[in-house]
Design a binder for this molecule. Structure first.
Ligand code: MN
Ligand code: MN
Length: 372
């Protein structure tokens, strides 16, 4: 199961809207060598992994989970670059779509991908830079560990090459800061899969990294190198990981540096809230609908809270707990409650077989079977 922190893995730096830069980034999101492909390829390889050498499964899984955050980062970056593009006039007062006589979305007829505005509402799409939909047939999972690792290294090297090309296409700061971060992380992932293959007998010599150039000529990359994250892979595991048995010691790039695992990045970054866009009818909440939303929120604020802190991660039936959300809490059928219910900071004790009415002002546990 997966848990989410409402933070981005790297910061998004504001700059002017730029739908052409956004469209270039679509290749890095939904292209054949983009973040959606790395995420899905490693998730499938991890799920389908066979045999007892689970340190390799843990390693592939660690990268898979990081790639989920990359999908989130690059998609959010694309949305930020699209947001407000119809109203952006570099030399005018700008800011209001249609100001100056045009129709609100007129400028979009001459943009990178009209679907960004016509199908979506100035947000990212699961397509590549040419508009082709992302395809599950990109995913490579042969079941042979060496073959899969070779393919993963090729995937990271191609992704890094394409991101370096995207960096060279635009000086938009929003694009460059995100692309620089992904260039550095792709470099780490080249190391991850190269090290795994090295542990299985491969000698890399002077082959890596791909592309082989001094990436510190990009100032945004240099700034990230100064933090040291080019030699760290995260496990994103709450219950321990054996990936560090593979990813430790000398870098497979033979550059004299040392690589290591950490359980998580040292910091996260706030996710910017996207403004409403009237010209896209998004999100389309009329004053009447907003009133309904606020009334529902007020009702929830006065009621009991279902707290994630009570989720029993070690229980045999814990699989159902993560999705409990605001649904009526379930019990494991044993003595340990899967979900803790609180009211005014006080925990309401639940025993096996009990149910609770979360809609009542004063929630009380109602025994549905004999309880001790
Ligand atoms: Mn990535
Ligand atoms: Mn990667």
């Amino acid at each position: 199961m997966y848990f989410h922190t409402q933070q981005l893995i790297n910061e998004i730096v504001p700059d002017q809207p730029d739908p052409f830069a956004a469209n270039a980034l679509q290749e890095g999101l939904g292209g054949q060598f983009g973040e959606m492909r790395t995420m899905m390829q490693y998730l499938f390889q991890s799920v389908n992994f066979r045999g007892p050498a689970v340190q390799y499964k843990d390693l592939i899984h660690a990268v898979a989970v990081e790639e989920i955050s990359h999908v989130e980062l690059i998609a959010t970056t694309i949305a930020r670059l699209l947001d407000g593009a119809p109203g952006y006039q570099p030399n005018g007062d700008g800011g209001v779509p249609g100001a100056g006589g045009g129709t609100p979305l007129q400028s979009i007829l001459h943009t990178g991908n009209i679907h960004h505005f016509l199908v979506g509402a100035q947000g990212a799409l699961p397509v590549d830079a040419a508009g082709n939909p992302w395809s599950g047939s990109y995913v490579y999972n042969s079941g042979n560990l060496v073959l899969d690792l070779l393919y993963n290294l090729m995937l990271e090297a191609t992704g890094r090459t394409q991101k370096c090309r995207i960096y060279e296409m635009s000086d938009n700061k929003t694009l460059r800061v995100t692309v620089a971060y992904l260039i550095v992380r792709d470099e780490v992932h080249e190391k991850v899969f190269a090290k795994a293959l090295e542990s299985l007998g491969v000698d890399w010599g002077k082959t890596l990294p791909i592309p082989n150039f001094d990436a510190t000529k990009y100032p945004e990359v240099k700034a990230l190198y100064d933090t040291g994250i080019q030699n760290v892979q995260y496990t994103f595991r709450l219950d321990g990981s054996r990936a560090g048995e593979v990813f430790q010691g000398a870098s497979p790039f033979n550059d004299g540096t040392t690589i290591r695992m950490m359980d998580r990045p040292e910091q996260g970054f706030a996710i910017p809230q996207a403004p409403e866009r009237l010209e896209e009818f998004a999100p389309g909440l009329t004053p009447e609908l907003m009133e309904l939303a606020q009334a529902a929120a007020a009702m929830a604020a006065g009621g009991p809270r279902v707290s994630g802190s009570g989720v029993n991660l070690s229980g045999a039936a814990a699989g159902s707990a993560a999705s409990a959300g605001a649904a009526p809490p379930r019990t494991a059928g044993g003595t340990e409650p899967l979900v803790r219910v609180e009211k005014d900071g006080q925990e309401i004790p639940l025993k096996g077989g009990e149910k609770i009415d979360l809609t009542a002002d004063e929630p009380t546990a109602r025994p549905t079977s004999a309880s001790s």
